[in-house]
Design a binder for this molecule. Structure first.
Ligand SMILES: C[S@@+](CC[C@H](N)C(=O)[O-])C[C@H]1O[C@@H](n2cnc3c(N)ncnc32)[C@H](O)[C@@H]1O
Length: 278
């Protein structure tokens, strides 16, 4: 087992994969269908596991993200199916979910929540799980993401609580919400080329590309948000580091939102814009 991890680590490091030891162990666990620790350091690895491990290593060396190889990823305290063409949720979005859950706790019974650009359904599902009396509408434009989100709704037993709807942002949204969340595409187009290969090659471009300055989707969502919030309703969206001042200025100039603010994530980067409908 140790040799397998050592060889895998070397191969992954040569391909530039970050945290190669951890990745080699995760891939071996995936190949074996059990945690690597369970195999034991000196245990012999069955031939079929070794073969599968080499195939998985080759994929990871091409910089295919681990979650895409595994077909699922963790988000907060649950697992989500992911697949090609569907954005893999990030740790900073777990922070967004935690902030949204804190807002959710203060909402009246049977509140309505909107997740714009739901991808795998991560935020919508986290919110529906956090409070059993709220209903969530999760909108998305990508057919592959829509199918994935619907699959996750079924997997987590939330049919009837989370509606997955095809919509270009608010184009097919007529309701008013107590809470709107979004993790829109916010990478400035000139920066797309410098993203990690895992992101640049395997994440859908439409999940990343925020236009020339990264703010196209954010502007569109923020500008329309007040028409879709109940009085006192909250919008909470993820933004990119360095975008805070421009998003605040835009929101204050163009919308009637009050209490607009930008807060930082755990790594100290500007990450969350929020505002309330006055
Ligand atoms: C950064 S990903 C976030 C996905 C998911 N909310 C998450 O946090 O993991 C942005 C998502 O917005 C979707 N999207 C992009 N443009 C859209 C539009 N005009 N209308 C609806 N969804 C859109 C993309 O397909 C993608 O799934």
């Amino acid at each position: 087992m140790r040799d397998f991890v050592a060889q895998g680590t070397e191969a992954l490091a040569a391909a530039g994969v970050p945290s190669p030891v951890r990745e080699a162990r995760r891939l071996l666990s995936l190949a074996a269908g059990s945690p690597a620790a369970v195999l034991g350091p000196a245990e012999r690895v069955p031939l079929c596991v070794g073969r599968r491990y080499r195939l998985l290593l080759a994929e990871r060396m091409r910089r295919v993200p681990f979650s895409l190889i595994a077909g699922e990823t963790g988000f907060l305290d649950f697992d989500l199916a992911v697949g090609p063409g569907v954005f893999i949720p990030r740790p900073e979005t777990e922070e967004l979910a935690e902030r949204a859950i804190a807002v959710l706790r203060s909402l009246p019974p049977r509140s309505l929540v909107l997740d714009l650009g739901t991808g795998s359904g991560a935020l919508a599902l986290a919110l529906a799980r956090a409070r059993s009396d709220v209903s969530v509408i999760a909108v998305e434009r990508s057919p592959r993401a829509l199918a994935c989100a619907r699959r996750n709704v079924r997997r987590l037993g939330l049919v009837g609580r989370v509606e997955v709807r095809r919509s270009d942002w608010f184009s097919h949204v007529w309701e008013r919400f107590h809470l709107i969340v979004a993790n829109p595409p916010y990478v400035a187009r000139p920066e797309l080329a410098s993203l990690d290969p895992e992101v640049r090659r395997y994440e859908p471009r439409r999940a990343l590309d925020g236009g020339p300055d990264g703010l196209a989707a954010i502007r569109s969502i923020v500008a329309s948000a007040p028409e879709h919030l109940v009085a006192g309703g909250t919008i909470l969206i993820e933004i990119g580091d360095g975008q805070g001042e421009r998003v605040l200025r835009f929101a204050r100039r163009v919308t009637s939102l009050v209490e607009t603010r930008v807060e930082r994530d755990l790594r100290g980067r500007e990450r969350f814009f929020s505002g309330r409908c006055g």
